[in-house]
Design a protein around this ligand. Structure first.
Ligand code: B16
Ligand code: MG
Length: 217
């Protein structure tokens, strides 16, 4: 039986990757190198400090710890400028309808995100009240593919991992769900998310029934 659904945020509920991209790009340009959209793919689902490490690797630069913290804070300031302008229009298609469907069926909803800005984003989207539990980057010490973020969500709701279904757009996130003993619906491309139980391009037309039949295949 399915008792709860746990959602990743960036790339599942909303497309914040485009704002992360603009902010990381301007940081890279300030350091004297370019940062492409393809490079940005490597940062999806990855923590802020790990993202900066990957960026430094791309630019071939080496920075001391203190500078890294300063630059990560600077990137976040710019990123915040964009997310504070976000509105509920930016909720990805079909997400709200699916949330309503889950509520109507008594299925609990949790957030399992690596982002330290998750609360701000949910507030901007006016989605906070849909969540029965929220676990984000401020609550965990181990990054995906470690299952910590999803296990904490299940624990807060009081359900066994086997009764939880995770929705993820990043490979590391899918692995985190499987590592935690949960089933996982990939949001995106089946080539990338091949470890998920099944993959859909998005939530348009997606319902509790679609989920059940997909998981029972
Ligand atoms: P922040 P998710 C992740 O969110 C993003 O996918 C990733 O690109 C970002 O670096 C990370 O959050 C940390 O975000 O800088 O806001 O703490 O996909 O796990 O919801
Ligand atoms: Mg994500």
């Amino acid at each position: 039986t399915i008792s709860a659904c746990i959602f990743d945020l960036d790339g599942v509920v909303v497309d914040t990757a485009k704002y992360h991209y603009i902010a990381w790009k301007s940081l890279a340009n300030g350091l004297g190198f370019d940062f492409t959209e393809e490079d940005n793919e490597r940062l999806k689902g990855v923590s802020r400090m790990r993202s900066l490490e990957i960026l430094m690797e791309i630019g071939g630069v080496d920075l001391d710890q203190e500078t890294q913290l300063k630059l990560a804070a600077k990137k976040n300031e710019e990123y915040l400028e964009y997310i504070l302008k976000m509105t509920p229009d930016e909720i990805l298609p079909g997400v709200k309808t699916f949330f309503e469907d889950l509520k109507a069926k008594g299925i609990k909803i949790a957030l399992g995100s690596a982002s330290k800005n998750a609360m701000t984003i949910l507030e901007q989207l006016k989605l906070t009240s849909y969540f029965d539990a929220i676990v984000d980057g401020t609550h965990v010490s181990k990054a995906k593919p470690d299952p910590e973020v999803f296990l904490k969500g299940a624990e807060l709701l009081g359900f066994e991992p086997a009764n939880c279904v995770v929705f993820e757009d990043a490979e590391a996130g899918v692995e985190a769900a499987i590592n935690g003993g949960m089933r996982c619906v990939g949001i995106g491309s089946p080539d990338v998310l091949n470890k998920a139980n099944f993959v859909v391009p998005g939530f348009e037309g997606f319902s509790f029934e679609t989920m059940e039949s997909g998981l029972n295949k």
